[in-house]
Each structure stands twice: as C-alpha cells, then as structure tokens.
Design a protein around this ligand. Structure first.
Ligand SMILES: Nc1ncnc2c1ncn2[C@@H]1O[C@H](COP(=O)(O)OP(=O)(O)O)[C@@H](O)[C@H]1O
Ligand SMILES: [Mg+2]
Length: 323
C-alpha cells in the first residue's frame, strides 16, 4: 500500500503559561502511515499522543520537522478528528450535527442530508435522526461524532481516546463497530489510546511511544485476523509484548508526573525571622505606669498592689482591667 502521510523528524515544545517553563512533548518523530491502515498510537499519559494527533490534524504546528500528505483529494481537508468529549452542537439534531461539515463547505441541502443519512445507517443510528444530543447515551453520541467526521469525507480520521469515557460493555460494542466501519469505508484511521486491549483489538500496527519526551520506541505489527479475541494465543502473546514495552514507560511517566506535581506547587516561603521583642512603652498614662513611674513596686512585682486584692475582676468578669 502507498503511504498517505509521512512525518519527518517532528518535535514539539510547549510553553507552560503559568510557570513560563518549556516542555519538550515530542522529540524526533519519524513515521510513515500507509493508506487504509488502522494505526494505533499507544503510550503512557502525557507522552505526547494528543500533541502528535493535533499536529497531524493541523490544529497545532510542529516546533521543527515536517509532515506531508500524499494523494490528497482536491482542496478538501485530509483529516477530521473524533474526540473523547463528542463535541456535538447541543442545539442541533443528530441529522443536523452530521450534516454540519458539508453545510460549512457549501454543499447543497439535499446532497448533504443524503450523505448524512447514509452515515446514519452506517453507524446504526436509524430512527434517531431528530433527537438532540442530550437525549442520547454516551455510546450514541460517539456514533454521531463518528458519522459527522465521516461525512466530511476525509482521507484520514484521527481518534483521540474516543471510547475512554464509556462503560466497558459499550466500549467493547463500539470497538467492534469501529472495525466494521473502518473496513466498510476503507479510510485510514489513526487512533490514540493508552489501553493495551484496545490496541490489540483494533490495530494493524501499534506505535509504542516512550514517556515524555515522546519518541517512537517500537512499531509492532499485528497480523492476527479479525474479529480478534483477547483470549486467543496470538492475541495473548501480542498483549504480553506490548505490556513489556510499555511497563517501563508507564513507570517513568508516573515518576515524572509526581515530580511535576511537586514542582508545580507554589514554593512555601520560609518563616520570616521574628523581630526581637520591643520594650513596651506605656501608650497612655495608666495608674499602673504612673505608679511604675512613681517607683511603686512591692519587692520584684511590677504591678500595683491594689490589683492583687481588688475584687472587681470577679464582679465584672473582665480580668485584669483597670476600673
Ligand atoms: N496546550 C498545551 N500547553 C502546554 N503544555 C501542553 C499542552 N498540551 C500538552 N502539553 C504538555 O505536553 C505533554 C504531552 O501532552 P499530551 O500530548 O496531551 O499527552 P498525552 O495525550 O499522551 O497524554 C504533557 O506534558 C502536557 O502537559
Ligand atoms: Mg491525550
């Protein structure tokens, strides 16, 4: 198969706004994506998977390096993105959400609704055309997001952990659906995940990334036939291989996250040295100071003798206040 995307020596440095420090998120990424493949980007949290996807999706620029699409169909954006958060318009129905991309490109009404209906059938949403997003379950919303992405007719669909927020059952159903839809459309899918199971069930190739800065550690080819089952020996073997590759990176990523969290805390200022106690100057002429000035002491005691016997403090409950 011919390549559809070539990524050459891409690096990305982010600037943390709060602290002003720079973060090297991607370092020297070299990758060729083949037309029609289901490519998985697998790596620990914070290793730059989303950053790489945003660069390929033209949402961010690389700091250095380049990437090129080959055989791009005339003027169309070659990629669309499917996020974990669905990103649907709450005021539009399912049909209008799916028809949004062609509407923005100025495709005539009838044509854009026809294609939207085709994709509604493909993702099994028939009967839900006139519902609003709040009337749908998470799994349904993700089907709408996928149909909307496909209705833009991209060469490549980019998925950023699209099933991560769903429950295990729904996730398994949609994983199978994704494979079916990928086979039916013949599009190239790049799919970000940190789930080993998902990588095994979905991918043709798995790009294993290192902890930050994200580099390509190894590319694992998965040649098992579909539909896959995690209990079969070939799948179990592949799972173990990916697990071994990822183990060290996850440990490193966790250690880095912890050190980041410590670093991010505002430093606690050291206690200020206390000034030496000032000698108390009498602020107003009190009977006590007057008496002190008069030298009214009894032995070593500095308060006048009447305070020790005057019963006002018990009567008034005001301690050693002077009447
Ligand atoms: N917009 C941003 N501004 C600053 N830093 C960012 C930004 N996006 C990502 N990063 C940093 O880049 C690194 C990689 O992030 P990301 O690509 O989101 O990782 P992943 O998707 O693998 O979890 C992280 O350390 C993250 O904090
Ligand atoms: Mg991410």
């Amino acid at each position: 198969m011919p390549p559809i995307l070539e990524i050459r020596n891409v690096t990305k440095t982010w600037m943390r706004e709060r602290t002003g420090e720079t973060v090297l998120a991607l370092d020297g990424i070299d990758l060729t994506v083949v037309r029609g493949e289901f490519l998985i980007l697998l790596g620990p949290s914070g290793c730059g998977k989303s950053t790489l996807l945003q660069i390929v999706g033209d949402l961010e620029h690389p700091s250095s390096g380049a990437f090129t699409f080959t055989g791009q169909a005339g003027g169309r954006k070659p990629t669309t993105m499917v996020f974990q958060e669905y990103a649907l318009f709450p005021w539009r129905t399912v049909l209008d959400n799916i028809a949004f991309g062609p509407e923005m490109r100025g495709v005539v009404r009838q044509e854009r609704y026809e294609s939207a209906r085709r994709y509604i059938q493909l993702v099994h949403l028939d009967g839900f055309e006139n519902r609003y997003p709040h009337e749908l379950s998470g799994g349904m919303k993700q089907r709408v997001a996928l149909a909307r992405a496909l209705n833009n007719d991209p060469d490549m669909v980019l998925f950023d952990e699209p099933l991560a927020a769903l429950d295990a059952q729904t996730r398994r159903v949609l994983q199978n659906e994704l494979v079916r839809i990928w086979q039916a459309t013949g599009k190239t899918f790049i799919y970000v995940t940190h789930s080993l199971d998902e990588a095994i069930l979905l991918g043709d190739r798995v790009v294993v990334m290192t902890a930050r800065p994200g580099r390509i550690k190894e590319i694992v080819l998965l040649a098992m036939h579909r539909p896959r089952a995690l209990t079969r020996p070939a799948e179990v073997q592949a799972l173990e291989r990916l697990e071994n590759l990822l183990k060290e990176e996850v440990t490193r990523a966790l250690a880095e996250e912890e050190s980041d969290a410590r670093h991010d805390l505002d430093p606690i200022p050291p206690p200020r040295p206390r000034p030496p106690p000032r000698p108390r100057a009498p602020s107003r002429a009190s009977p006590r100071s007057l008496r002190a000035a008069d030298g009214g002491r009894i032995g070593s005691r500095s308060f006048p003798p009447w305070e020790s016997w005057w019963p006002g403090k018990w009567w008034c409950g005001r301690g050693r206040s002077v009447p």
